[in-house]
Design a binder for this molecule. Structure first.
Ligand SMILES: [Mn+2]
Length: 326
């Protein structure tokens, strides 16, 4: 260690993740300092390697983008298989197994994170992954699941009616989330700050909640006072790459949200969750919808890597239950 450190000006090392190795580095440094009194320098600057590596991870080169396309393609097969096989009475874990079977049998080496398969009001539990309940006729199921292919993650959420038909209330909420997601995706472009698409999602969600009678007042006051938070309490996206919540800063050196650049990949994933405990129109209670895609920033806008997974009401109603057996 001392031999490597003697003569070097900077040390790139992440202190604090391995105490035993930290000690070896300190010992090496002090030995190198001993040498350096006689022959030259030893490191005087210590740099967190993440400052370099995380920025590299944030901007994908063409090989990385190809791996992410493969992961997105495999994930599309899983979600489509899940939709097609869904029927009332099936359990959440059975649907999980169908989705993940399609991943593994089409080249995934892993799931990118534990799949969330949340029937009915379980969708209101943000990180629900117990997946033990039966899927009930007349309810929605929210599936947040992505495959990992060649070390790259995908992260997709779709929500569909268990019996293949949206009720009017489910459809109303679904259409708001879909419009919000499309407005968000439209704001993913080089030079736009990375928080913009969240603001776009929040605005459309808030407008929709007012139209549905779930919020009262103007759009601006509901946004200013964070009233939409009762229904939409999470951010609209995160970096995606080697990890599902990938490395990379969201703010620049001045603490402003950084601008998007070609090669970055973000999720766009607004949702609306009408928790049964909320005081609101009974008809909407227990409805939870999230729609999430993986968006690559391109030189002239963006490309939705997961666009092949059905998300319009018509596409979903056509596919759900297609291969379900009684
Ligand atoms: Mn996500």
């Amino acid at each position: 260690m001392a031999r490597y450190l003697a003569g070097a000006q900077r040390l790139y090392y992440a202190f604090g993740s391995d105490e035993a190795f930290d000690r070896r580095v300190f010992q090496g440094l002090s030995a190198a300092r001993g040498h350096s009194r006689r022959k030259g320098r030893s490191p005087e600057e210590f740099i967190e390697p993440g400052t370099v590596l995380h920025e590299m991870r944030l901007r994908k080169d063409s090989n990385e983008i190809e791996a992410m396309r493969r992961a997105a393609g495999v994930t599309a097969l899983g979600h489509r298989a899940g939709m097609a096989a869904t029927r009332p009475g099936m359990h959440e874990y059975q649907l999980e197994a169908i989705v993940e079977y399609a991943y593994y049998s089409n080249g995934a080496q892993a799931v990118a994170y534990p799949s969330i398969v949340a029937g009915g009001e379980n969708a209101s539990i943000l990180h629900y992954d117990t997946n033990r309940m039966p899927l009930q006729d007349g309810q929605l199921v929210l599936v947040d699941s992505g495959s990992e292919v060649d070390a790259y993650a995908s992260d997709v959420t779709r929500t569909w009616p268990i019996n293949g038909r949206f009720t009017p209330e489910q459809r109303a909420i679904y259409e708001i989330v879909l419009a919000a997601q499309q407005a968000g995706i439209a704001r993913v472009s080089p030079g736009v700050n990375c928080r913009e698409f969240h603001h776009a999602c929040v605005r459309v969600v808030t407008e929709g909640l007012i139209d549905a009678g779930l919020l009262a007042g103007t759009v601006d006051e509901n946004i200013e006072k964070n009233r939409y938070h009762d229904f939409f309490m999470h951010g609209s996206g995160h970096w995606l790459g080697l990890d599902v919540h990938d490395a990379g800063r969201y703010r620049d050196e001045n603490d402003n949200y950084r601008r998007l650049e070609p090669g970055m990949v973000t999720t766009v994933e607004p949702g609306i969750y009408v928790h049964p405990d909320l005081e609101c129109d009974e008809r909407f209670k227990g409805i939870g919808v999230r729609i999430e895609d993986n968006i690559l920033v391109t030189p002239d806008g963006n490309e939705n890597l997961t666009a092949a997974i059905p998300k319009s009401v018509a596409e979903i109603e056509a596919l759900v239950g297609e291969t379900a057996c009684a």
